[in-house]
Design a protein around this ligand. Structure first.
Ligand SMILES: C[S@@+](CC[C@H](N)C(=O)[O-])C[C@H]1O[C@@H](n2cnc3c(N)ncnc32)[C@H](O)[C@@H]1O
Length: 186
């Protein structure tokens, strides 16, 4: 198809893989809201927690410019390796650093500030990821949390915090049976 980029090809390929195997990627429907939320803040520094095989990193990265950098954390080395390969093939503009490790250990070692964060790893740990990264966020940083519909029970502490702490302006966006929680640091 005319106009499709290498990133589009990689995304389509991964989407097709989900027809035959369980791959918990964000997918194109929820992904649209993730990309829109990030586009509004034009992030230069992006943190992703939960890389899997790089689908969301490619989706985010294809919308950013080459001054941006994505840091993404994945606990499993095999997934991280596949992600690096997919990201390389996608030829997206930003630099992408895939860090292998437990986000609970890795986040405290990260330097600098993040303009946008995508949380999509162990659902019961969302609150801990956010608290660990919170001193690296600034007013206007956008934090998107996946599966805030189907796994809301497992992330009750996270959802209560972003909605009621007064530190974020937060809304749930329903997409099909699931949804994303989009929170702006205030
Ligand atoms: C839902 S998948 C991520 C999907 C990916 N964001 C996408 O949309 O393409 C969750 C990933 O988080 C990883 N994960 C789970 N707990 C983690 C942790 N504590 N630190 C880093 N990665 C973790 C899992 O191995 C899995 O690959």
């Amino acid at each position: 198809m005319i106009g499709l980029t290498k990133a589009d090809d990689v995304l389509k390929e991964i989407e097709r893989m989900t027809e035959n195997e369980f791959l918990p990627i964000i997918g194109p429907d929820k992904g649209k809201f993730l990309v829109e939320a990030f586009r509004k803040v034009k992030p230069k520094q992006v943190l992703e927690v939960g890389t899997l095989i790089g689908y969301s990193a490619v989706l985010i990265g294809k919308d950013l410019d080459k001054e941006a950098k994505i840091t993404t954390i994945e606990i499993h080395a095999a997934e991280a390796k596949a992600a690096r390969e997919n990201i390389k093939r996608a030829e997206i503009p930003p630099e992408v650093e895939v860090i292998v490790g437990n986000a609970l250990k890795v986040i405290p070692t990260l330097r600098g500030c993040f303009d946008a964060v995508f949380i999509d790893a162990e659902k019961s740990e969302y609150y801990e990821y956010l608290k660990l990264v919170e001193d690296k966020l600034h007013e206007g940083t956008v934090v998107v949390a996946d599966n805030a519909g189907i796994f809301a029970d497992q992330m009750q502490d996270y959802l209560k915090y972003v909605r009621d702490s007064g530190r974020y302006r937060s809304r749930f966006v329903q997409v099909g049976e699931d949804g994303v929680e989009i929170s702006i640091k205030i």
